[in-house]
Design a protein. Structure first.
Length: 556
């Protein structure tokens, strides 16, 4: 097997107690490396605590491709003793430890962060800025770059933060020079931020949600950007209300979306059936976390796949898409919003904690690929039939307020005007046939879209299948080992033609995912594909590149 060149990359952990600002610090460190041209992924690890415990951000910066979480790290920034205890063993032999010497006694690059902050009358949380500045100097990043990023990212107490940074920067020596590399311009954003921007590009009018990790930051984004975006953000009392309000808004002609995690999505399933029967567009984000029930609320898993493919009762089709990074989150959230309105049906973005809350480099070119597409609207000719039977199953939309149309939608079976029907078997069958025709059209459109991706050695007879956040490690491992990797993105309608072509000639197919029952394996087998092995992780953690590579070597 021909192995691919391993790109230059660096892995950094900054950790401390909740409240010490490790997440913000991690983002600033990522921006330093992004400024040097590196592609970024930030893995966020935090407990459901406001204070105490241990939080850390792990930043991976690579010169090419998708970055992913690593077992071994090049730099550790420790804000407290617990960060040393948990992460020092991960440091490579030639790695560097930066630590707050006012709290920790260790060998490495000690920075008297608390003392610097106190001397300059700063706030205790500014100790993380002292460590960041020490790292910047230690790896040879110019003061101008550091100052620019700090001014952009610290809207409050800017000058005081800069004073702390300048003092720390001046007392640390450069120990390694990280060179700038050439790369296309990109922006750093979380998967949830990218999802929000994709919804905006697709024409979103209103976002409804009840806060539930890890989807909550979509609500926070829209709530903080209402004036800039013109999109209304509404927090309701529970997920049943959220879903019902979204249906009401869509009926009134406003593009709406909702976001939640598995427990909240469970409460929405009756409304998803309502969307299908009433043919009212419904767009949902289900960001998976470790479950069942409350589970492990701030950690990830991919255990909602089969549930998300089969929400609600009755016979109906829906769109389900699982993105793996920020760019896919942007593109598919906008695309799904358009598809929901085109086909007047449910559409679900199935993401997970490590995609939703992870931070990615996102190419600016992706923002040109989504725009609002017009839905099929009634042209005002003849008597309006909300459920007019057409050859392709799509009935023109009209909205309340149109003086020429009575717009009646119905959760009961109904005739073409939307009047309930329980007796006439011909009408009942005709309406189901109408919806089935629409579903066939959805399948045909899915076949025209790029709903799978292929990486690695495309001629390899060994195929690794990964979806969602597992793609981050699987792509890199496939390229290292010289095997083929297939990423299904659209999961409903199931892209059987494209996957059949991708699997052609395979002698061994291995599926990797973060759940206990191999749900993607079950889906593929249900569609007639032979899967030889499942590699599973279900301890609420993301696969690291090294771990997956070791497991895969045993299988091939």
């Amino acid at each position: 097997m021909k192995k691919q060149k391993i790109p230059k990359e660096y892995s950094i952990i900054i950790g401390g107690a909740a409240g010490q600002g490790s997440r913000k610090a991690g983002l600033i460190i990522a921006k330093l490396f992004n400024k040097l041209g590196y592609q970024i992924y930030i893995y966020e690890d935090y407990q459901s605590l406001i204070r105490g415990g241990h939080n850390f951000s792990q930043i991976t910066a690579t010169e090419g491709g998708l970055a992913n979480k690593k077992e071994k790290i090049d730099f550790l920034l420790a804000m407290d003793k617990q960060a040393i205890e948990k992460h020092k063993s991960k440091l490579k032999k030639d790695g560097f430890l930066f630590f707050n010497s006012d709290k920790i006694e260790e060998k490495g690059i000690g920075i008297s962060a608390d003392k610097i902050v106190k001397e300059l009358n700063g706030l205790p949380v500014m100790a993380n800025i002292a460590l960041i500045a020490g790292l910047a100097k230690g790896i040879g990043i110019s003061w101008n770059i550091l100052e620019t990023i700090l001014r952009e990212d610290l809207p409050k107490e800017v000058e005081k933060n800069l004073s702390v940074a300048k003092k720390s920067y001046s007392i640390v020596e450069t120990v390694i020079k990280i060179e700038k590399i050439k790369h296309s311009e990109s922006e750093l954003m979380t998967g949830n931020e990218a999802t929000a921007l994709g919804l905006k590009a697709g024409g979103l009018d209103i976002y409804f949600a009840y806060p539930m990790t890890p989807a909550s930051s979509i609500l926070h984004y829209f709530a903080s950007k209402q004036k800039e975006t013109g999109i209304i953000a509404i927090q309701s009392e529970n997920e049943i209300a959220v879903a019902s309000e979204a249906i009401g808004a869509a009926y009134a002609g406003k593009r709406s979306a909702v976001g939640t995690s598995g427990g909240g999505f469970a409460l929405m399933t009756e409304t998803i059936s309502l969307s299908a029967q009433a043919e009212v567009p419904f767009m949902a984000i289900n960001s998976q976390r470790m479950g069942p029930a409350t589970g492990v609320p701030t950690y990830g898993a991919q255990s909602d796949l089969l549930f998300t493919l089969n929400p609600g009762h009755g016979d109906f089709e829906k769109f389900v898409v699982a993105p793996a990074n920020g760019e896919e989150s942007f593109y598919w959230s906008g695309k799904l919003l358009n598809l929901a309105w085109k086909y007047q049906t449910p559409a679900i973005l199935l993401t997970d904690k490590d995609v939703s809350e992870g931070t990615f480099s996102v190419s600016k070119n992706i923002f040109k690929k989504i725009k609002k597409e017009k839905e099929l609207v009634w042209l005002g000719k003849g008597e309006y039939k909300r459920y007019e039977i057409t050859k392709n199953g799509l009935s023109p939309l009209a909205y309340p307020g149109n003086s020429e149309a009575v717009v009646k939608v119905n959760s009961y079976e109904h005739n073409q005007f939307g009047i309930s029907e329980e007796v006439d078997k011909q009408v009942i069958k005709a309406m189901q046939d109408k919806r089935l025709a629409k579903f066939e059209l959805m399948k045909k459109e899915a076949d025209t879209l790029d709903v799978i991706k292929i990486f690695g050695n495309k001629n390899s007879k060994t195929i690794l299948v990964a979806w969602g956040s597992t793609v981050l490690a699987a792509k890199e491992v496939a390229e290292r080992l010289g095997i083929k990797m297939v990423q299904p993105i659209m999961l409903s309608p199931f892209p059987k033609k494209q996957i059949t072509k991708a699997f052609s000639g395979a002698k061994k197919i291995i599926c990797v995912e973060t759940n206990a029952t191999g749900q993607m394996t079950q889906l593929l087998r249900a569609n007639g594909f032979k899967i030889d092995k499942s590699i599973l992780r279900y301890d609420a953690q993301l696969f690291s590149t090294e771990e997956l590579q070791a497991k895969l070597k045993k299988e091939i």
